[in-house]
Design a protein around this ligand. Structure first.
Ligand code: NAD
Ligand code: FES
Length: 281
């Protein structure tokens, strides 16, 4: 059992959960993830490690309550426990001093872009962050992103805060201003990562995305997380989750992620029904 030390909402439906996991906290590097089960009958879900405190022996994850398991996780509070956590898994982000590095987080993807922005800063890069959300209330980790950035931008789709538009429009604006950009990391919804890849492709800017296919074991054995990169099959859990954005077959990723939508919907509805029954008791 793994004890939850703190659990706070960063925005509606998005919770930061700090969990006691001393061995993972000591070993983990930016870009890696854990597989966890909320309870012993639960499904395994992959979640990127948003941060760690090796002294305290804790790791943090940031969870958007979308399906049954993530909503169940988001109902947890400090003092509650989680059944299993395995990690750190995946290949750490490739970090070096690229020069000027832009770290882009779209929505809850910012939770993953943040630790890599920290590592890029520590490696001596000039770090620019672009933190995008649909609306002001959904912006997360604003202060944290600012603290590691030489330049920090917020974008909102509805213009309620910061730059009015998508993260890609801000990136294009920076490129058009003549800024020399050597590296881009983009993490968020699939259409966003695909759009970022198309912005940087004509300029030959090295661009990396973190892929989020369905995962089952997280250790390269089941094949559930296979993605197509450069025409080859790769396993996101061991070969990734980060890949060259210009080589990723985003359509294949998107199609595969829709395979279990019916089952996910049913399980979500059963969970909602159980919650409503619980409310009446
Ligand atoms: P969202 O839909 O609110 O989008 C966040 C931002 O991404 C937008 O504000 C916009 O700036 C940008 N964006 C979205 N669509 C775009 C497009 N077509 N072109 C250019 N920019 C675009 O994001 P959300 O609701 O927080 O995201 C949830 C999704 O992100 C889920 O599908 C989840 O699975 C995925 N996700 C992916 C990862 C990952 O590892 N890649 C991690 C966490 C979440
Ligand atoms: Fe099973 Fe990657 S999750 S091979």
């Amino acid at each position: 059992m793994y004890k939850i030390v703190s659990a706070i909402f960063l925005a509606e439906n998005i919770k930061k959960i700090e969990i006691e996991a001393p061995r993972i906290a000591k070993k983990r590097k930016a870009g890696q993830f854990v597989m966890l089960r909320v309870n012993e009958n639960g499904e395994r879900v992959p979640l990127t490690i948003a941060g760690s405190d090796p002294e305290k022996g804790t790791i943090s994850i940031i969870v958007q309550g979308m399906g049954k398991t993530t909503r169940e996780l988001n109902s947890k509070e400090a003092g509650d426990t989680i059944s299993d956590i395995v990690g750190p898994l995946g290949t750490p982000s490739h970090i070096e001093n690229f020069g000027t590095a832009v770290s882009i987080g779209g929505g809850v993807g910012t939770a993953i872009a943040y630790p890599t922005a920290v590592a890029l800063k520590e490696a001596g890069n000039y770090v620019i962050t672009i933190n995008g959300a649909r609306t002001k209330d959904l912006v997360i980790l604003e202060n944290e992103m600012k603290a590691v950035s030489d330049e920090a931008y917020i974008t909102t789709d509805d213009g309620s805060y910061g730059f009015h538009g998508f993260v890609t429009q801000k990136l294009q604006e920076l490129i058009d201003s003549g800024k020399k950009i050597d590296f881009v990391l983009a993490i968020g919804p699939i259409p966003m990562m695909k759009a970022v890849a198309e912005v940087t492709r004509p300029y030959g800017i090295r661009t990396v995305v973190s892929l989020n296919p369905v995962m089952i074991d997280g250790t390269g054995m089941c094949g559930g997380c296979r993605v197509t990169v450069g025409g080859e099959t790769r396993f996101a859990c061991v070969d990734g989750p980060e890949f060259d954005a210009h080589q990723v077959d985003f359509r294949n990723l998107s199609d595969r992620n829709k395979l279990y939508l019916a089952e996910e919907k049913q399980s979500n509805e059963t969970f909602s029904h159980r919650c409503r029954l619980g409310d009446r008791n």
